[in-house]
Design a protein around this ligand. Structure first.
Ligand code: 5GP
Length: 128
């Protein structure tokens, strides 16, 4: 069965798309730790990030870098944390999270509750 992220990539499940190319898809995390929290996923359905072949892994980091640059400008944060963790979805993904302190990347914290309009505004800003 396709993962939830493959279904998002296929457009079967809606998402707030930030960027896309032939190999990768980036969209806003629906339970964000901060405004701009983005997930970067390979279109190839691979569970574990380090099972990607070397070239794809390199390309994915470069793709993530271009989005991280936009997130940093958008949020004015000190850095964009690049986090790989979790077992929730069996489809490799990188979290890009605006951060000003290490506490901003504590996944046990309560997540933001954003309106559809807020999600759309953020996605539109990051698409530019
Ligand atoms: P992890 O496996 O990294 O612990 O968690 C997966 C991440 O994907 C979580 O931060 C969760 O909020 C996000 N997520 C799970 N399902 C969906 C979804 O349907 N849409 C979006 N945009 N994000 C999701």
């Amino acid at each position: 069965m396709a993962t939830i992220f493959s279904r998002i990539i296929a457009g079967e499940i809606p998402s707030y798309r930030v960027a896309e190319n032939e190999k990768f898809y980036a969209f806003l995390d629906i339970n964000p730790l901060a405004k701009g929290h983005t997930l970067v996923v390979p279109k190839q359905e691979v569970d574990y990030l380090y099972d990607l072949d070397d070239d794809t892994l390199k390309e994915m980091i470069v793709f993530a870098k271009s989005i991280a640059t936009k997130i940093k400008s958008f949020s004015g944060c000190k850095r964009v944390a690049t986090v790989v963790l979790g077992l929730e979805v069996p489809h490799a993904h990188i979290h890009l999270i605006p951060m000003n302190s290490e506490k901003d990347v504590d996944f046990s914290r309560e997540k933001l509750s954003l309106t559809p309009e807020e999600f759309s505004e953020i996605a539109t800003a990051l698409q530019k």
